[in-house]
Design a protein around this ligand. Structure first.
Ligand SMILES: C[S@@+](CC[C@H](N)C(=O)[O-])C[C@H]1O[C@@H](n2cnc3c(N)ncnc32)[C@H](O)[C@@H]1O
Length: 259
């Protein structure tokens, strides 16, 4: 198993694990550091999962943007788990700011271990966390016992179209991804696919801010210049892939038997 730092680095675009202690500084300007919370709320509403009875598990919750939105919109209870203590503290602050601190609980921990101690949820959110549990076969095998009847798994992820010549492990081709989801006894019940413009718009501000923060860190830690320069390079490369060769979407999976 990868170390927790390697898992975080992989979820944050596969950089060097040595960058992990600096991520709270680098990403200090953004609250939403992955999934668009409005898109998740809209998808759940379309699936009629917008009730205050919902129990939501937000794995790799970051600074809690998705959980705080869902709790505010639906009045549902959310448990968010993230590896980084600074992100968890910010999630708690945001929950207080939006008046949902009684509905949201955030924990620092390794989701790969913590999941086995948890009960069942109506909605499990995997918001831009990458293959932390492995591919879809492995991920759904681990999460299935924690999904209640009629439960949904919301994923923010990407795939490569089947007729594309590109290969970018661990991103799967669409056909292979659907095969793995089907073999796990699930299907996609709804999805929002992002066009290039939306991705460029979302990535641009985040990138400008993180580049500025990396340059500050280069001044503060000249001995680690290369670490921060590599992080910037890696972000440019990944954004290029996401904007041009990978189809990015937020989608909802449900069990086949709930048809
Ligand atoms: C790109 S961020 C997405 C954050 C959030 N889901 C969102 O969409 O705003 C990925 C998050 O996954 C977390 N993460 C990665 N591996 C983890 C693990 N094994 N246990 C807990 N959190 C993890 C990272 O700390 C990071 O906050």
């Amino acid at each position: 198993m990868k170390t927790l730092e390697e898992s975080v680095a992989m979820a944050m675009d596969g950089s060097d694990a040595a960058i992990v202690p600096f991520l709270p500084y680098i990403l200090q300007d953004a609250w939403e550091i992955g999934t668009d919370p409005v898109v998740v709320a809209d998808l759940l509403r379309r699936q009629r999962k917008d009730s205050p009875q919902l129990r939501v598990l937000d794995l790799g919750c970051g600074k809690g943007a998705v959980s705080v939105k869902l709790a505010g919109e639906f009045g549902c209870r959310c448990l968010g788990i993230d590896a980084l203590g600074e992100f968890v503290a910010e999630a708690e602050r945001k929950a207080r700011e939006f008046g949902v601190e009684r509905l949201c609980r955030f924990e620092q921990g390794d989701m790969r271990r913590r999941i086995h101690e948890l009960d069942r949820f109506d909605v499990i959110v995997l918001g831009a966390i990458g293959p932390v549990f492995g591919d879809y076969r492995a991920t759904l095998g681990i999460l299935a016992p924690h999904l209640g009847p009629g439960g949904l798994i919301v994923v923010d992820d990407g795939w490569i179209e089947d007729d594309s010549p590109h290969v970018h492990p661990p991103v799967l081709k669409r056909g292979e991804m659907l095969r793995q989801i089907g073999e796990a006894g699930m299907r996609i019940a709804g999805e929002v696919v992002f066009g290039r413009e939306k991705l460029v718009e979302a990535d641009d501000q985040l990138f400008r801010d993180l580049e500025k923060r990396c340059r500050e860190l280069m001044e503060l830690h000249p001995g680690q210049r290369e670490l921060f320069a590599n992080y910037i390079r890696r972000q440019v490369e990944e954004n290029g892939w996401l904007e041009n060769r990978i189809t990015c979407a937020v989608f909802v999976m449900t069990r086949l038997e709930s048809d």
